[in-house]
Design a protein around this ligand. Sequence first.
Ligand code: IPE
Ligand code: IPE
Ligand code: MG
Length: 237
Amino acid sequence: MASQLPQHIAIIMDGNGRWAKSKGLPRLEGHRVGVEIAEEMITAVHELQIPFLTLYAFSEENWNRPTEEVDTLMGLLEIFLKTRQEKMINKGIRFRTIGDISKLPASVQSTIAETVSITKDGQQMTLILALSYGSRDEIVGAVNKIVQRTSDVGHRGEITEQEFAKCLDTADFPDPDLLIRTSGEYRLSNYLLWQLAYTELYFTKTMWPDFSAQELSKALEEYSKRERRFGKISEQL
Ligand code: IPE
Ligand code: IPE
Ligand code: MG
């Protein structure tokens, strides 16, 4: 196993649709298996005692998909949460979300609120789902919070990077150390643009439904070999 582990892994779980298509199956089947893989990865990350995992489950742009597919994804999400609440509590997993969940169906919103509430004391790991998430929307939201606050107190001061970060949905979490994107796409798709400033990036051609604990180990192995210099030179580290 990799010697130096990340403290926070962010994943863009991509390729469900193409995986299904390549097997002559409906896209829904790809999403269904995708949820199983997500669960396997949550378990693997928990076993490795990595404290933070953020999964991109539904982007703001994904609202533009056919209604049937959006409904399917919302249904899978609700079932996932309802059937895993118990397990999360037992494993000490604290559940949180980032993104504009006010756009989700009301029943999904209440299941999310319930899951966040009953898992809030989890100490082993924080599982964060990015839902109806768009990074630019999040950043503009942070700016608007700051504008509102400064006009409330009636003065215009300068804000620091730390203060800005506290206005993002991710205020309570450290920045990811490692980003994994599956399916051979080399883009960020509006994911965590601020937070990924110094994150190590790992891309694999594997479609998400074929991703595995073995593939995760490969990513971690590669991560452990990276030298994170943060602008310095090797000799300074
Ligand atoms: C990722 O798989 C899951 C979501 C975006 C919800 P896709 O559905 O994007 O699968 P591809 O990229 O079309 O293969
Ligand atoms: C990104 O995947 C969003 C999720 C994995 C939830 P997409 O499949 O939506 O991204 P693009 O459209 O290929 O950039
Ligand atoms: Mg995709």
